[in-house]
Design a protein around this ligand. Structure first.
Ligand SMILES: Nc1ncnc2c1ncn2[C@@H]1O[C@H](COP(=O)(O)OP(=O)(O)O)[C@@H](O)[C@H]1O
Ligand SMILES: [Mg+2]
Length: 405
């Protein structure tokens, strides 16, 4: 997909701003705290249906205002669409091509993005929790249904945990406890089965694409591989009978789960081991190797998205390039050839470096169009021509919705 225009009204630190983006590389620069990440966040929200910065869409409303709007025109395949999100007096509303959508499902099938932030460079180095979050986020990006699937599992798990604590508190004997837990165990294993199935299919593909990319980016022929370690089963070949396997595990853990008031086994506690040349990278790889592996894992999603949707997602790189050495910068930019990207940085001179670097590494004849945007206090500098600067569509929608509320 490609975002062509974007209009922000009373969004974060933007009062009213319009952007005409390149279908290629968009370099967004400006001092800290000016609104670069906010701008990327607005694109993320349109593509994913939620914000990576905040769980509450109300946080997107400019301080002191009571409503906001993000409106865009984007292209999927050869079809153009208009998309608008408004939050007015606490109510959010999605509109696709002028029609109100009851949820994000239809939009999620048309729009998609990958966001890469400095924190993501730590995916390999950090603890297991970070990699589980990575799987959940990226799998949700590829398959928006997964987000709901995982939520269901988490909801049942927290209810089961509450019951475990209750059983401990009331000192309920094991047999009775077992009967009380049985319906929750059924629900938990049903929900987990869906999570495991989605993850298995996803990791098989991620393994393949991340390996290809890592070989290319490292330039040394290093082999990246992924290993999913579950505390429920020993391998994905157990998937056909996973519910029973998980039920047996819950039975095995009954006493200790009650003691702790916590469900120990499940997809919430699994680990993704990233290996380089067969050795766990977290413990044994250099920081440089770990970072290259992290970039490979992240950017592999361009290929995965392409495989699923027949075109590339929008790629958002927030303050990433300045974190990398020149070689890695070049390699990363080369992956973005033919992809619409939004790249932020603070230094105007570095914005030029990115532009030149992009022009150099993009395949000849790819015609990668490069545009630069300077952001200052939630405004585009210099201000665009009047025609672009009148986000009338969002504005009138906000007025209209206010009246109809
Ligand atoms: N809801 C909001 N209303 C007004 N300003 C906001 C809102 N949310 C964040 N901001 C402001 O946005 C600024 C941060 O913007 P950000 O995009 O993170 O900057 P950067 O250019 O460094 O990426 C901060 O000054 C913050 O106060
Ligand atoms: Mg920022």
């Amino acid at each position: 997909m490609e975002i062509k225009q974007l209009q922000l009204i009373h969004y974060r630190n933007y009062e009213k701003s319009s952007f005409e983006f390149s279908e290629g590389t968009n370099i967004i620069f400006g001092k800290n705290g000016q609104g670069k990440t906010n701008l990327l966040e607005s694109v993320f929200v349109l593509c994913r249906g939620y914000s990576h910065r905040s769980g509450r869409l109300a946080d997107l409303i400019r301080f002191g205002d009571d409503s906001m709007g993000i409106s865009s025109s984007f292209k999927t395949g050869s079809t153009s669409h208009r998309l608008r999100l408004t939050v007015i007096q606490g109510r959010k509303k999605w509109e696709l091509d002028g029609k109100t959508e009851s949820g994000f499902a239809k939009i999620g099938r048309l729009a998609g993005c990958i966001l890469f932030e400095p924190d993501d460079l730590e995916i390999v180095k950090s603890g297991p929790e970070r990699r589980r979050a990575f799987i959940n986020e990226e799998l949700s990006g590829l398959n928006p249904v997964y987000r709901a699937t995982y939520r269901t599992f988490e909801k049942v798990r927290s209810q089961r945990n509450a019951l475990l604590k209750d059983i401990r508190f009331k000192k309920i004997p094991a047999d009775q406890a077992r009967a009380l837990l049985a319906p929750w165990d059924q629900q938990l294993t049903n929900a987990a089965e869906n999570v495991f199935r989605e993850r298995a299919e996803y990791l098989l593909k991620l393994n393949r694409e991340a390996k290809k990319l890592h070989e290319r980016l490292s330039g040394t022929g290093e082999k990246l591989s992924l290993e999913y370690q579950s505390n429920v089963f020993s391998g994905f070949d157990e998937l056909p009978r996973i519910r029973q396997v998980y039920l047996d595990k819950l039975e095995e853990n009954l006493t200790s789960d009650i003691e702790r008031g916590y469900t120990a086994a499940g997809p919430h506690a699994d680990e993704l081991v990233v290996k380089i040349d067969g050795v766990p990278a977290r413990q044994f790889a250099s920081q440089g190797q770990q970072r290259t592996a992290a970039i490979s894992l992240k950017l592999a999603h361009i290929a995965l998205y392409r495989e699923k949707n027949g075109e590339a997602p929008v790629v958002l790189l927030d303050d990433i390039l300045s974190e990398l050495d020149e070689g890695r910068q070049r390699n990363l930019l080369s992956v973005l050839s033919g992809v619409q990207s939004f790249i932020t940085c603070t230094d105007p001179a570095f914005a030029d470096v990115i532009a030149e670097g992009t022009a150099r590494v993009c395949e000849e004849g790819s015609g990668q169009d490069i545009r630069k945007f300077r952001i200052n206090s939630g405004e585009l500098i210099p201000k665009p021509a009047a025609a672009y600067n009148e986000p009338a569509a969002v504005h009138s929608a906000m007025k209209y919705s206010k009246e109809s509320n």
